[in-house]
Design a protein around this ligand. Structure first.
Ligand code: FAD
Length: 476
């Protein structure tokens, strides 16, 4: 009998509920073995605009995980398909080959859910047990509700409730498990009618993928850096944040492990205190807030705005301005440096994600969905819920959105969060000689401006934004 673990966005050996239960079940029965399966689906990934760097990152991680799982006695098959639908025959075949149970972690997006519903139905019809373990969040969607049983639409009360639950329930991680019997995959590999997973383009080579190394990075962050988080996290020039988002996005580490370690290393209180540890925990709670919202409002998955009235905003959607933004040639140095960081590295600092998103929507008047998609197509940590939540926050169309009349001034933001201009200089060598004073706005008379002219005037753009929103927010 075969117990199959289907790994997707939980690409880890430790604290993996599905893996834990599959191995435990196989170990309890002398005639049973466990098999881990991963299916790459490049065509579906592209349909979701997944960046090539994230695709490569997943492939590299899966390769590494195959080695790590083998050390724990678990055989893993990594296969290459195109679309999600191609997974269906694989599991049908595995069921014909003696699979008695499937173990996996659900995903929240639409096509993923469709795929999982179909496969669950197929397998149950064939008498195979299907077990889902939702461990994407410390507090699963649906478990944090208002007194009247609704989903929170505002972060602060959500967080308060979340923290109370944490105090009540604590957080539990699953131990590493070892399978007693190694399953010989050579016997079935060829029968599954899919080739072995291919290599990627190596674009994620700069990102280590060994689980122990990432756990160590997380531990060190909690031990040595988190105390300064509140002070440093907003300055893109400093390595003040954990850099763990890509690993959380594909589940190389879990949020449970982060919270567990944080509690061991630092005092996290229920109060709204300003310690680095509490503020970092808050960010992990933001991650869960957006996932809860996504599950409760599946319309968001279709890229509809949370605030329905904002669907009528008449964005100007200039292709020229959009291209300037994508390429980092808007003439606003902080925006341009940030976009080049994204284009060159596949990652962008959170403060800069807020600044560039706000700029696209409120200075260039481009539909936030264009930016959402562009981010997805470039980010190594692309995550639907966080990305959609972040964009709708910046665009003032979302749940807990910034009010539309609060508009970032990109130059003031730059002066405040990159005071010496070092971040700008790193990505815009053409501005290397500008002083800390002139670098944020190298367009004044007297500054030797050899820089892209500003594509818009912020003050004019701001007025247009206010008018665009006022038009749809008018009381009837
Ligand atoms: P840290 O500051 O160390 O935070 C720890 C973890 O908390 C992060 O790894 C992440 O998992 C989570 N987190 C932090 N901030 C947020 C947030 N605002 N919302 C949700 N989760 C958060 N994050 C993604 O993981 N994927 C995305 O696709 C994504 N798109 C974004 C788009 C926009 C427009 C904005 C404003 C934010 C977006 N974020 C996204 C959130 C945030 O910018 C990144 O999570 C963060 O910059 C990652 O760096 P870090 O791991 O060093 O974060």
């Amino acid at each position: 009998a075969l117990h199959v673990v289907w790994l997707r966005n939980d690409l880890r050996a430790y604290d993996n509920a599905a893996l834990f239960h599959a191995v435990t079940a196989a170990n309890n029965d002398a005639d049973s073995a466990v098999l881990a399966v991963f299916v790459a689906t490049a065509a579906s990934w592209q349909q979701h605009h997944m960046s090539t760097i994230k695709q490569d990152f997943i492939r590299q991680r899966v390769r590494q995980l195959t080695v790590e799982l083998a050390e724990q006695g678990v055989a893993m098959l990594a296969l290459e398909a195109n679309h999600y639908q191609d997974c269906r025959p694989v599991f049908a075949k595995l069921s014909a080959l003696g699979m008695v149970a499937l173990y996996s972690q659900p995903e929240y997006e639409l096509r993923e859910q469709q795929r999982d519903r179909q496969i669950t139905a197929d397998l149950q019809a064939a008498g195979v047990a299907v077990h889902w373990y939702d461990r994407q969040c410390v507090m699963p969607p649906g478990s944090i509700l208002t007194q009247s049983g609704d989903t929170y639409k505002v972060f602060t009360p959500f967080k308060r409730n979340w923290l109370a639950r944490l105090q009540q329930l604590g957080v539990r991680c699953y131990p590493r498990v070892r399978a007693e019997k190694f399953y010989d995959v050579s016997a079935i590999g060829e029968q599954l009618a899919l080739p072995a997973m291919q290599n990627g383009d190596n674009s994620a080579a700069a990102w280590p993928v060994a689980e122990q190394q990432i756990l160590e990075q997380m531990r060190q962050f909690c031990q040595q850096q988190v105390a300064d988080y509140q002070r440093t996290r907003d300055f893109p020039e400093q390595a003040g944040t954990s850099g763990l988002s890509a690993y959380l996005a594909i589940g190389v580490i879990s949020a449970q492990q982060c919270v567990n370690r944080l509690q061991l290393e630092a005092a996290v209180t229920l109060e709204q205190d300003k310690s680095g540890a509490s503020v970092w925990l808050s960010e992990l709670i933001w991650r869960e807030f957006y996932k809860h919202i996504l599950v409760a409002y599946p319309d968001l998955i279709k890229h509809n705005p949370f605030q329905a009235d904002t669907a009528a905003i008449r964005w100007s959607n200039s292709k020229t301005l959009f291209d300037a933004w994508c390429q980092g040639k808007t003439g606003y140095p902080i925006v341009d440096a940030a976009m080049r960081q994204l284009n060159q590295t596949g990652w962008m600092h959170n403060r800069l994600r807020m600044i560039t998103a706000s700029f696209l929507v409120k200075d260039l008047h481009i539909d936030w969905r264009w930016g959402e998609q562009y981010f997805m197509s470039r980010l190594i940590d692309g995550d639907f819920a966080a990305n959609n939540g972040g964009w709708q926050w910046a665009a003032s169309t979302g749940t807990d959105a910034a009010p539309y009349f609060r508009i970032f001034n990109p130059v003031t933001q730059s002066e405040r969060f990159d005071p010496a201009g070092n971040f700008i200089r790193r990505y815009l060598p053409e501005l290397a000689k500008q002083s800390a004073k002139t670098i944020h706005w190298p367009h004044n008379k007297g500054t030797p401006a050899e820089y892209w002219p500003a594509v818009v005037d912020h003050n004019d753009a701001r007025k247009i934004t206010l008018a665009l929103f006022a038009e749809v927010k008018k009381p009837n």
